[in-house]
Design a protein around this ligand. Structure first.
Ligand SMILES: C[S@@+](CC[C@H](N)C(=O)[O-])C[C@H]1O[C@@H](n2cnc3c(N)ncnc32)[C@H](O)[C@@H]1O
Length: 271
């Protein structure tokens, strides 16, 4: 019950007064896009704030839109799936720590830290929270149009490390299990002192970032461990995952995360 309540708080499913969502340009009609261009506002972060729609309860469950204050944007169905993953890891005694990249405002990391306390598990685990804390990296020649658009909205994704840490503290789960890796993944992960992982949660859309996470961390995943790609249908993320699977000839069965409109995917390392 504690975990369910926590999930509903993190997604704001419980609260009606937090019902605005910033609509990214991607969600605009052609007319909205034209007005935005005509006004020369395409790169202006504040225009995102001017265009808002009420976020329905169903949006909060599905993880549709960009919430104003919720600590997590993936919605409660994908968060519920994360909860089940953590239970499976504990029950099946899969060895290793939990990792999330990027952790943004901290919602999924808060859920992981809470699960460790609630489970009083059989082993000491750490939670690794990784983020640039500066938003998405500048596009490169490998970037898709979607990657470029995310960079345009850098202001929305630029959550400082102190805001992340304050959120963890506000929920009362701050403790010695938390490790923060600050910086873009291609720099922060190669030297990260991570030994073994039971869960790699990837929650970014961009090609380079997803590739860096898989290249550096998959070799550290325990047998039976989970890789969860929260935004597998994003062009860049999908390309990076598919390339990695093909390159390393992974035979793991891939599954979509259950929700009404599938977005995320997961697979487990063979035992
Ligand atoms: C979609 S948000 C994550 C949402 C969050 N996990 C949740 O469940 O609500 C993506 C985050 O990844 C970070 N990020 C994106 N690309 C990155 C990269 N290459 N290296 C480090 N952080 C990155 C951004 O700063 C942002 O905080």
């Amino acid at each position: 019950m504690y975990m369910d309540l926590l999930r509903r708080c993190l997604t704001r499913e419980l609260f009606d007064d937090e019902d605005f969502v910033f609509t990214p340009a991607r969600g605009l009609t052609w007319k909205g896009r034209a007005i935005r261009r005509a006004l020369g506002l395409a790169k202006h972060p504040r225009i995102v704030r001017l265009i808002h729609n009420p976020q329905t309860l169903e949006d909060k469950r599905e993880g549709v839109g960009w919430p104003r204050s919720a600590e997590v944007m993936c919605g409660s169905r994908r968060l519920e799936f994360l909860q089940k993953t953590l239970y499976a890891i504990e029950q099946e005694r899969v060895d290793g720590d939990f990792f999330e990249g990027g952790c943004w405002r901290g919602g999924a990391v808060i859920l992981m830290l809470a699960a460790l306390r609630a489970a009083r598990g059989h082993q000491q685990r750490l939670v690794w929270a990784a983020d640039s804390f500066e938003g998405y990296p500048a596009p490169t020649e490998n970037s898709s149009e979607d990657d470029k658009e995310l960079y345009e909205h850098a202001a929305y994704f630029r959550i400082g490390r102190s805001e992340f840490e304050q959120n963890v503290e506000r929920y009362g789960v701050h403790g010695s299990e938390l490790r923060v890796l600050e910086g873009y993944f291609d720099r922060s992960l190669p030297a990260a002192p991570i030994e073994r992982l039971a869960l790699i949660r990837v929650d970014i859309d961009g090609y380079e970032g997803v590739r860096a996470i898989l290249e550096n961390l998959y070799p550290k995943l325990s047998p039976g461990g989970f890789v969860v790609i929260d935004d597998y249908l994003a062009v860049g993320a999908r390309r990076a995952v598919d390339e990695y699977i093909a390159k390393h000839q992974l035979k793991n069965a891939m599954h979509m995360i259950p929700q009404k409109q599938a977005k995320g995917m997961y697979f487990r390392r063979e035992r």
